[in-house]
Design a binder for this molecule. Sequence first.
Ligand code: SF4
Length: 396
Amino acid sequence: MKKVMADYFYELDEAARTGSRKIAWCTSVGPAELLRAMGFLVYFPENHGAMLGATRMAQDCIPLANAAGYSPEICSYLTSDVGACIKGETPLSRAYPGIERPPRPDVLVYNTNQCRDVQDWFAWYADKFKVPLLGVCTPRGVNEVTSAHIDSVAAQFIALAPKLEEISGSKFDLDKLKEAVSLSLECSRLWRKVLETAGNVPSPLTFFDATIQMGPAVVLRGTKPAVDYYKTFLAELQTRIKDGVWAIEGERHRLYWDGMPIWGKLRDLSGFFAGLKTCVAASTYCNSWIFEDLDPADPFKSMAMAYTRLFIVRSDEKKEEYIRDMVRKFGIDGILFHDSKTCPNNTNSRYGMPERLQKTLDIGTVTIFGDLNDLRCYSEEQSKTKIEAFIEQLEN
Ligand code: SF4
């Protein structure tokens, strides 16, 4: 993992320093395949945001973005990342010696399928670096995905190609797009299989492991290194299952995590749940990088389908259907909802969903209040007390 991620960041850094390759910044569920097919190296600011959260550098960066007019109430990936840029700091320097800053973009490409914050976030950088800002607007709260949705999103992807040609200086090549889509699909299938190993009771990995292991699926999908990585990792997990090596010693309970991770508390929470003999076995978040609707035979339409059928884009009805399936598939006995203060888009506990799922699944739920990056919003003591009480309830 360290090598795969280091190779990825050093390649970007070299390209940015020497100008040897054009660089596109892309939202995490944006059209990465198209950008790769056009010859760009692709960088994902959300991944940088997560690193700022995990290293807790976010705390010192967020106020700088707030002072620049970006509210403490909006996405703390945005405020951490913009704040870090203003401050001139990056966790990349600590993790990868020699890298001084994130790679300068030649173009920024967003998809609003996840939220509007990404558009504003990228607009800030487009203004700072004076580079083009391109994007796709996807409908949200979608119940059934219809051909009208797909045609609209696919047409927007197609319209990006000539603009990207101008920036990259290379002609759009359908075969290259098919190849990137094919690699992305293979990566998705492997990543799903990796996550499904946690369906084994007991489980060889937890949600907390998966938040780290998902790195290549996010930043390298559409490339061969990502495919190779998950082949190796899947084989390792299968060996662990065969040998009886489990993530939680004496696993007694299995939870589903809905919502964002709390990046600055991953290790702490991982240990906390292990102490409670509880495996957080599945999550909405880690499953969000499975794009099995991709089809190299019809790349644009299948990309539109894959990026619109995502959980975060859908209606509550569809989200509940999805969670119910996950609960059954992974042998879950309780659902934890993380109400993430600055990400209403990835928070599903505010409109009665926990109560509805309690009824239809006859299962307990607990909601904790926190945030992806802004630890000022995380009530640690209250959350842990709530979780302990919830596990006790499951025990009974
Ligand atoms: S989905 Fe949430 S965490 Fe992700 S970029 Fe949008 S607001 Fe931020």
